[in-house]
Design a protein around this ligand. Structure first.
Ligand code: NAD
Length: 445
């Protein structure tokens, strides 16, 4: 296998395998007897919608934006996945992320298939009014390709509760007379959002990390209490991870956003960090901290590293320099397959994205259920249910990893290109489930 070529297989090169493709093949290499036809269908999105639409800008001129929505699978239920607004978003990337959502939903055991989409734009250069017009026009272009039983969007990079409110409102205007709340999750609570949804990804990640460490899976780390933590990205997910880690007794020593990072080995004061970021729009310059780059932040000496920003952050070029004992993937795809291999060689444990950041889609599912039933659960109920889902996903993934290791133990040193790790085990569980359900449903006609 040509590793260098695969490493370069970024989302921009549509001929190269994505990390999702490579990780699928990694898992399949461990379960060679799985039904090939049932798997092949999972290599392609079920439906791809690509749109282009004009928007009147604040200046009065008209700009054309491109958007897309990819529904990867409906085997387990309607599509579910984020809407992101980012300059790098294209169909290739949306397809890879939609596929990842299919694995995630299957693993965490919620009745959805994977989806993803968004608008290719730079949200930082757009006003709130422009973002509203882009969102409304994008959703109207998608038409009935989204819906409470078809495909249910949620927030992702540079989209938030406000964006989801516009998504809901646009769909509701287009389908008046129905209870349309279940068309989108991650809404404000006042509009049918679930309490605890905003924090769910970060909170679920911390539950999973605590449970994983508690199972003695991380050499040299027995608890989050007292552990040092570095987090790349201080957005919705990263900021909640910081807060939750602090609540669990961990010391957050390094944080970053798109402009760079800050370090204080004695522990950052999160209230000060938040206030400084709000006032200055950046973390850099917070008194009592050292400035660092996003690249250097990943290499900080710490117990737990949480990449919570973009994909492809830990790769062949820098994995050797990672010093954390555990890397917990808050972002989707922050570690490349080659990065996985190097981390495994160094004995660094990885809690993979399909498990670690599945708290978001889990509470999105809770929100969807509440919307369909016109219910509003209490925060304790949401968090208890989330805790059970995350812990169970950790338990089954660790058990599957151990059983895969035991199954392969009898064989001579294998020729697998990548390590047998928790990512592979978690994906094997998802694939087993998808294949079993496909067989139960039968191939139509
Ligand atoms: P967000 O837009 O709220 O925050 C993104 C953060 O990343 C910001 O702090 C931004 O400054 C930072 N960032 C941007 N470019 C960067 C760069 N080059 N280097 C370092 N930091 C950079 O997004 P979010 O909702 O927090 O999502 C973050 C990641 O988590 C994404 O990969 C997303 O797909 C994933 N995720 C989010 C959810 C969710 O519920 N929001 C669920 C699962 C996975």
């Amino acid at each position: 296998m040509e590793q260098s070529k695969l490493e370069q297989g970024s989302a921009k090169d549509s001929s190269a395998p994505t990390m999702t493709d490579i990780n699928l093949d990694r898992a399949l290499s461990r379960i060679p007897h799985v039904h090939k036809g049932f798997i092949d269908v999972l290599r392609y999105p079920k439906r791809v919608v690509s749109v282009a639409f004009p928007v009147e800008m604040d200046s009065g001129h008209v700009q054309v934006f491109k958007g897309c929505r990819v529904l990867h699978s409906r085997i387990l239920g309607p599509g579910k996945g984020g809407i992101r607004y980012h300059p790098d978003l294209d169909l290739h990337e949306a397809s890879a992320l939609a596929t990842l959502m299919t694995w995630k939903c299957a693993l965490i055991d919620v009745p959805f298939g994977g989806a993803k989409g968004g608008v290719t734009c730079n949200p930082k250069s757009l006003s709130a009014a422009e973002l509203r017009r882009i969102t409304r026009r994008f959703i109207s272009e998608l038409g009935d390709n989204i819906g409470p039983y078809i495909d249910i969007p949620s927030p992702d990079l540079y989209t938030d509760e406000q964006t989801m409110s516009w998504v809901f409102d646009t769909y509701d205007v287009m389908h008046s007379g129905n209870n349309n709340r279940a068309v989108v999750t991650g809404k404000p609570v006042s509009l049918g959002g679930s309490v605890g949804r905003r924090e769910a990804t970060g909170r679920g990640l911390c539950y999973a990390a605590r449970h994983f460490i508690g199972k003695h899976m991380v050499p040299g780390l027995s608890s989050l209490n007292g552990a040092t933590v570095a987090i790349q990205g201080f957005g919705n997910v990263g900021a909640v991870v910081a807060e939750q880690m602090h609540c669990l007794g961990a010391k957050v020593i390094a944080l970053s956003d798109s402009q760079g990072g800050i370090v204080n080995r004695e522990g950052l004061n999160l209230a000060e960090v938040t206030a400084y970021k709000r006032e200055h729009g950046s973390l850099i310059g917070l008194p009592g901290t050292m400035s660092t780059t996003n690249e250097a932040l990943l290499e900080v000496d710490c117990d737990v590293l949480v990449p919570a920003a973009l994909s492809h952050q830990i790769c062949a070029h820098n994995a050797e320099q990672i010093k954390a004992k555990l890397v917990v993937e808050a972002a989707n795809g922050p570690i490349t397959p080659e990065g996985d291999r190097i981390l495994a060689d160094k004995g660094i444990q990885v809690l993979p994205d399909i498990l670690a950041n599945a708290g978001g889609v889990t509470v999105s599912y809770f929100e969807w259920v509440q919307n369909l039933e016109n219910q509003q659960w209490e925060l304790d109920e949401v968090n208890d249910k989330l805790l059970k889902k995350m812990n169970k996903a950790v338990d089954v993934s660790v058990e599957r990893l151990k059983s895969l290791i035991a199954e392969e133990g009898a064989q001579p040193e294998d020729d697998h290109a990548y390590p047998l790790d928790l990512r592979t085990a978690a994906l094997v569980i998802a694939l087993d489930k998808l294949v079993a359900v496909t067989a139960q449903r039968g191939i139509w006609p």
